[in-house]
Design a protein around this ligand. Structure first.
Ligand code: GN1
Ligand code: MG
Length: 365
């Protein structure tokens, strides 16, 4: 840890106190610490990964715009989901640069249970859907043009697929020959994944302000199991609502962890898909157009595919993007996504039936 915590209140606008910090393991990009005072978590301190986020000014400007708008709605009672607030440095900056040119930010802590203690059940999936649907509707008043595009083409299939082909051809870590099965899997699906990208290109699926990183671990749950917060706003940018829905499904409808090595434990839980969709439809209704609603199931397949490709590409590149704990970590992660994707493919009709039923029920209300 290269941050001197005894200087925290000299650097940021917080009361003086005896603070300690604890490294949190989740998150594959930034380094995240919980700041504790007398046994109580008070703030979150993050070292921004500037290899990924190379413009901290734009990153933090987006963060500020989004959280100040959402938290204003929260305070007026229009919105039940909290987002972290930025704590400025003593000189009014949104982040602190140390003498090693590391970038640090301090944000408020949203009280909730540890993510690994959150129960995986229908209720949690429903609450997750409510949270991300509320987020979407909460930011719908922000003009997408006001946000910087922090990571261009973030969920672009074309970019991710061509990055994958390049990694395969240049093969910098000499790993391509170890994964011929996975490479075949990726190639065989590329065409069928074009439906949503084509509709986006035609403008039938609009660009909105979206979260873009809707893993269930980015929802904070209260001890009673209610979704109370949405965190990790680094990727909030113009994108499609289907990115948020699809990314959330690949995470919340997976019975296992994102890096479960035993694929027999990886089950696509269609019950969780149904519950999440119900929560999402409830809080985002009135926002989504018909084309978006009709393609909710395909978005789950698309995002599962895209995230799987990204893990596999990083494996081919020698683990240069995601934090990894062991040599095969990215490959294990990719295999989990591909297993989920295969299961979703065989249950696509059921997923459509669920969404159709949900739409019928909503229009009767
Ligand atoms: C990364 O930082 P984290 O862990 O929330 C990644 C997401 C992936 C996710 C997979 C900026 O998110 O896009 O879906 O890993 N974020 C970035 O777990 O690349
Ligand atoms: Mg993230």
């Amino acid at each position: 840890m290269d941050f001197d915590v005894s200087k925290l209140s000299e650097i940021f606008r917080i009361p003086e106190g005896h603070y300690t910090i604890e490294h949190l393991q989740h998150g594959h990009i930034n380094k995240t610490f919980r700041v504790i005072e007398n046994g109580t978590p008070r703030f979150i301190l993050q070292k921004i990964n500037t290899g990924v986020f190379n413009n901290p000014d734009s990153l933090m400007a987006n963060y500020q715009l989004v959280t100040s708008s959402l938290n204003a709605s929260f305070r007026s009672g229009d919105f039940r989901i909290k987002t972290p607030e930025i704590i400025q440095t003593q000189d009014g900056s949104l982040y602190y640069t140390d003498n090693q040119i590391n970038y640090w930010r301090l944000i408020t802590y949203i009280e909730g249970i540890e993510f690994d203690k959150v129960r995986r059940d229908d209720h949690t999936a429903y609450e997750g859907g409510l949270a991300f649907g509320s987020f979407l509707s909460g930011v719908s008043g922000i003009d997408p043009a006001l946000l910087y595009v922090i990571l261009p083409d973030f969920h672009s299939l074309q970019k991710r697929y061509s990055d994958f082909l390049n990694a395969m051809e240049s093969n910098p870590a000499n790993r391509a020959s170890l994964i011929s099965q996975e490479i075949e899997f990726v190639k065989s699906r590329n065409r069928s994944m074009q439906i949503i990208p084509d509709l986006i290109a035609k403008g039938e699926i609009p660009l909105r302000v979206v979260h873009n990183d809707t893993k269930l671990s980015n929802v904070i749950f209260s001890h009673e199991g209610k979704a109370v917060g949405v965190i990790d706003l680094d990727t909030v940018m113009p994108g499609s609502a289907l990115f948020d829905f699809g990314d959330a499904i690949r995470s919340c409808a997976n019975s296992a962890c994102e890096d479960e090595p035993d694929l027999t434990k990886v089950m696509f839980e269609i019950g969780f898909f149904k519950a999440f969709s119900k929560g999402f439809a409830h809080s985002a209704k009135g926002i989504l157009n018909k084309t978006e609603i009709n393609h909710l199931p395909e978005s789950a397949l698309l995002l599962t595919y895209i995230i799987g490709i990204r893990f596999l590409t990083d494996y081919l590149n020698g683990d240069v993007y995601y934090h990894t704990q062991y040599a095969e970590h990215n490959l294990v992660r990719a295999r989990v996504q591909f297993s989920l994707l295969s299961q979703m493919e065989s249950q696509l009709n059921e997923m459509h039936l669920i969404i159709n039923q949900l739409v019928d029920n909503l229009s009767e209300v």
